[in-house]
Write a protein that binds this ligand. Sequence first.
Ligand code: PMP
Length: 351
Amino acid sequence: MTVRTRPDLETLPGYQPGRTIPGAIKLASNEVSLGPLPSVRGVIAEAAAGVNRYPDMGVTALVDRLAAKLDVPGSRLAVGCGSVALCQQLVQALCGPQDAVLFPWRSFEAYPIVTQIAGAQAIKVPLTADHALDLDAMLAAITPNTRLVFVCTPNNPTGTTLRREELERFLDAVPQGPLVVLDEAYKEFITDTDVPDGVDLARTRGNVAVLRTFSKAYGLAGLRIGYCYAPEEVAETLRKVCVPFSVNLVAQAAAIASLDAEDELMQRCQMISAERERVRAELLAMGYEVPETQANFVWLPLAERTPVFNAHCLEHKLVVRAFGEEGARVTISTAEENDLFLAAARSFPQG
Ligand code: PMP
């Protein structure tokens, strides 16, 4: 007798992680190559000695610390096993089979996956010709069935970032019904002062949530921890649909220590954002199209040349992230690693 899985999951693509190739430099997952913040490393080792115990399921100490830092009530925070888990929990918490989840496309590849897992309908709104979120088109695509709208800013993989006026105008125009989720995974790399802080926007709006992660700037991708600031009833449901104990003990300790290392964080983010501008300027000078980016990656919309570019980078022992025949996303790393990438980009025939 054979068992049957849900037929609607037969077409589920599954998440495609950036590849790790021995001997090659990985610029494929928007990680920082510098490791956890220096003062956090000892905390991780110390916390590891206590893993015979279950973690605090309420993540109390971290929630208190975040609440104080962000000046928000802890009741509006939910911590998850990476912000991708919170994406999944959000869909589970808000959507049934007839409901729709709306998001820009291309954007973070988990959005359609978590939507399909929940059996909800994915509504993909194409980016503008400039690789930015098309907020007017997103607004027009909202229907009474729309329960959730993901707004990724800076957008993965294009790096384009919404400015205050356009985002506020959008949020004010969203009709009653859906929750708008501002996915700020790359927030710490933003240098443009005209980019608003999502938590500030969500503070006074009952239909806005914010997703953040310790995976990127904080260098804790391997520990899996992120958080969501949401309306109280949403945050409460997110905590209920969380896999019990999925926010592990080492991650909780490391996240708290990371919040205490603000100077170390700023130092690395300054280095990375300066490198981002340098890499982009050099690529533009070589003739590449590179949308302006506020994240720790650049997007090269190479269209049908993407697979060849990907192969060329691999020949140079560089793993970038290629998306079909759309483009390649390249993580900004240290000056040394970025120079290796720039050398590879320079030797790629421009056509
Ligand atoms: N949102 C965006 C936009 C991302 O790019 C990522 C990671 N690629 C995530 C969320 C999830 O990150 P994590 O689960 O590691 O917190």
